[in-house]
Write a protein that binds this ligand. Structure first.
Ligand SMILES: Cc1ncc(COP(=O)(O)O)c(C=O)c1O
Length: 397
């Protein structure tokens, strides 16, 4: 047995081995998954824009006009009109002076955090922040204080302990695996009091939360107090890539200091043009965001009626916690047999003992599709003995 095979076997033994599933055709409420038709309930294409005709056309036209690739990093010869146009639209949409594109949300978080915090300083990070934030903190070489999830008192204690070394508080705006919204007002007031910057990752908030889908920072009216907003173009905006919104000064600094920006090829023109078209659709058709919210409520209620509670979710991300990793995957597979796809999520994506199915609503789901899906998952949970006759999810240890 090679060392790699040993490590793979260990993952299998712990119920943590992952494999790729195959989607044939575009994203949508119904897809062909590994050759089987299923209702899709775990896509981040929240507004259904990835396969929207206007977005597809924009990508195709951009490929014809500007070519398939940017050819170099932005700082060499890859800075193109379409990047500039998208950045200014994003900055305006989010209410910031400047926006800067990155290759992905993962790279944006790594780049921004590592540039804004350094050795000898302290970064404060919510314990349920996304892996790209965790990795950004590691890369920064600053000391990281991980505060308990959403716990402003614990954060305040950490800030006092750090004294003058406090540099950056960073949080998901909407938590990616829980669908909860961060307590932004409390975080902003702590950042103000302790003279450190606040950064919010709106990957799951843009297009879903706040006025016209402008995100959790706009919802809380805190655009003047949150120094850095990160968002991705690969979720509600149906394309790929990401952006950082900030002051002109911070954006200028990131152009010079964020290594994934400096040392990586600029986003391909078709990808940027598709995101621009999606943003225009979002601004001209804000009712899509309302529809997403209605669908999220329908999904939460329909799952609750089956005894499948959604924790503290207030958004389109609806987790159904099972606990044990293997059991979560059994429920996922059983739900697939019933024609519903909600991926099982296990450590290290979520803490040990909190494995779950992560459901997501899309604006393009029909009400009856969501109700049908919940019923099918309820039936699957009953078959596995996870839901008692009283219809309460019996969490496995
Ligand atoms: C909160 C959060 N931030 C960042 C990312 C990374 O974004 P991207 O997929 O564009 O790399 C994700 C992706 O899942 C996320 O959930």
């Amino acid at each position: 047995m090679t060392d790699i095979e040993e490590r793979l076997q260990e993952l299998r033994d712990r119920g943590l081995h992952r494999r790729l599933r195959l989607v044939s055709g575009p994203q949508g409420p119904r897809i062909l998954l590994d050759g089987r038709p299923v209702l899709l309930l775990c896509s981040n294409d929240y507004l259904g824009l990835a396969n929207h005709p206007r977005v597809r056309d924009a990508a195709a036209e951009a490929a014809m006009r500007w070519g398939a690739g940017a050819g170099a990093s932005r700082l060499i010869s890859g800075n193109m009109d379409v990047h500039r146009r998208l950045e200014s639209r994003l900055a305006e949409f989010k209410g910031y002076k400047a926006a800067l594109l990155f290759g992905s949300g993962y790279l944006a978080n790594m780049g921004a955090i590592a540039a804004l915090a350094g050795r000898g300083e302290v970064v404060f990070s919510d314990e349920l922040n996304h892996a790209s934030i965790v990795d950004g903190c590691r890369l920064s070489r600053a000391e990281t204080f991980v505060y308990r999830h959403g716990d402003a008192e614990h954060l305040a204690w950490g800030l006092r302990e750090a004294g003058g070394r406090s540099s950056l508080i960073v949080t998901d705006g909407v938590f990616s695996m829980d669908g909860e919204v961060a307590p932004l007002e409390e975080l902003a007031s702590l950042a103000r009091r302790h003279g450190c910057r606040l950064m919010v990752d709106e990957a799951h908030a843009t297009g879903a939360v706040g006025p016209g889908g402008r995100g959790s920072v706009a919802a809380a009216g805190l655009s003047d107090e949150v120094d850095v907003v990160v968002g991705t173009l690969g979720k509600a905006l149906g394309s790929y890539g990401a952006y950082v919104c900030a002051s002109a000064e911070i954006a200028d600094f990131l152009v010079n200091a964020a290594r994934p920006f400096v040392f990586s090829t600029a986003p391909p023109p078709p990808v940027a043009a598709a995101a621009l078209a999606a943003l225009e659709l979002l601004e001209s058709h804000p009712h899509r965001v309302d529809r997403l919210r209605e669908n999220a409520t329908t999904l939460r209620r329909a799952l609750a009626a089956e005894g499948l509670a959604a924790g503290g979710s207030q958004t389109q991300i609806v987790p159904v916690e099972v606990g044990d990793a293997e059991l979560a995957m059994k429920l996922c597979e059983r739900a697939l047999e019933h024609g519903v796809f909600a991926q099982g999520i296990r450590p290290p994506t979520v803490p040990e003992g909190t494995s779950r199915l992560r459901f997501t609503a899309m604006a393009i789901h029909r009400t009856r599709e969501l109700q049908h899906a919940a019923k099918q998952v309820g039936a699957a949970a009953q078959e596995l003995g996870l839901v008692s006759p009283k219809r309460q999810l019996a969490r496995a240890a």
